[in-house]
Design a protein around this ligand. Structure first.
Ligand code: NAD
Length: 262
């Protein structure tokens, strides 16, 4: 049996990028996995089938919108109904909008706060009673280096990511004696669709070329001069679910090539 055999992991925003990589790592370790996120129905089914073939457990999909608390609650209940539990919860769904604050679209601000921060409250609220009953649980919040430091033109994102780091610490203390840990992973830049999409906007906001954005903005603070990879983040997530990490709780773990050390 894989090291996560018999466990069920729900990963929000896992039809793409980091979330899919983390879900794939859990599937390889033998967990049941619930995928979530938007996209083309056929492509999502192909991703689900790929992971289902990888895992000794079962892989399902729920299209709940992370801006909708009732859909989030139904997603957690559906996961329990299908797989028996939600043992591992990864709050990963996220979006980005790059804009000066005085031009920031109001609905965009609200969407970022809802998806990148509030959804983690709604998932944890729904999943924690089951974890407490079993005396075991892992909550992993995919925050960001922007949960620890700021960059200009990302006010809503930086606000939400700092917020989720605070929520991580609070939840960790509340459930510390229940066999449940809650940690945040704070990645530097990973070349996923989320980052690819913001390159043109950043170029516009700063009046530079897209190549200059990659070299002089994205990797400027990453001392390794390398993008973080999805596989590295998946490895960290699996580690946080291991027995070795039982006493690691309430941390905001930078995986950022030294960015927040400077
Ligand atoms: P991505 O755009 O590749 O994936 C985002 C996922 O979230 C997709 O599956 C998308 O369908 C889903 N999603 C978006 N809105 C949703 C909603 N309303 N309801 C449900 N699902 C929704 O992005 P990514 O780079 O993989 O980012 C994943 C997380 O990692 C985000 O929280 C992001 O802030 C964080 N992060 C990314 C980087 C990076 O450099 N890529 C760095 C630090 C942190």
């Amino acid at each position: 049996m894989g090291e996560l055999g018999g466990k069920t992991a729900l990963v929000t925003g896992s039809t793409s990028g980091i979330g899919f990589g983390v879900a794939r790592g859990f599937a390889k370790a033998g967990a049941n996995v619930v995928l979530n996120g938007f996209g083309d129905a056929g492509e999502i089914e192909a991703l689900r089938a790929e992971l289902d073939a990888t895992s000794e457990g079962a892989v399902s999909y729920d299209g709940a919108d992370m801006t909708k608390p009732d859909e989030i609650e139904a997603m957690v209940q559906g996961a329990v109904a299908r797989h028996g539990a939600v043992d591992i919860l990864v709050n990963n769904a996220g979006i980005q909008i790059v804009s000066p604050i005085d031009e920031f679209p109001i609905d965009g601000w609200d969407r970022i706060i809802a998806i990148n921060m509030n959804s983690a409250f709604h998932t944890a609220r729904a999943a924690l009673p089951g974890m407490k009953a079993k005396g075991w649980g892992r909550i992993i919040n995919i925050a960001s280096a922007h949960g620890l430091v700021a960059s200009p033109f990302k006010s809503a994102y930086v606000t939400a990511k700092h917020g989720i780091v605070g929520m991580t610490k609070t939840v960790a203390l509340e459930v510390a004696e229940a066999g449940i840990t809650c940690n945040a992973i704070c990645p530097g830049y990973v070349l996923t669709p989320l980052v690819e999409r913001q390159i043109p906007d950043t170029a516009k906001a700063r009046g530079i070329t897209e190549d200059q954005v990659k070299r002089d903005v994205l990797l400027a603070a990453q001392w390794t001069k390398k993008f973080v990879t999805v596989e590295q983040l998946s490895g960290v997530a699996n580690f946080l679910c291991s027995d070795a990490a039982e006493n690691i709780t309430g941390i905001a773990l930078p995986v950022d090539g030294g960015w927040t050390a400077a």
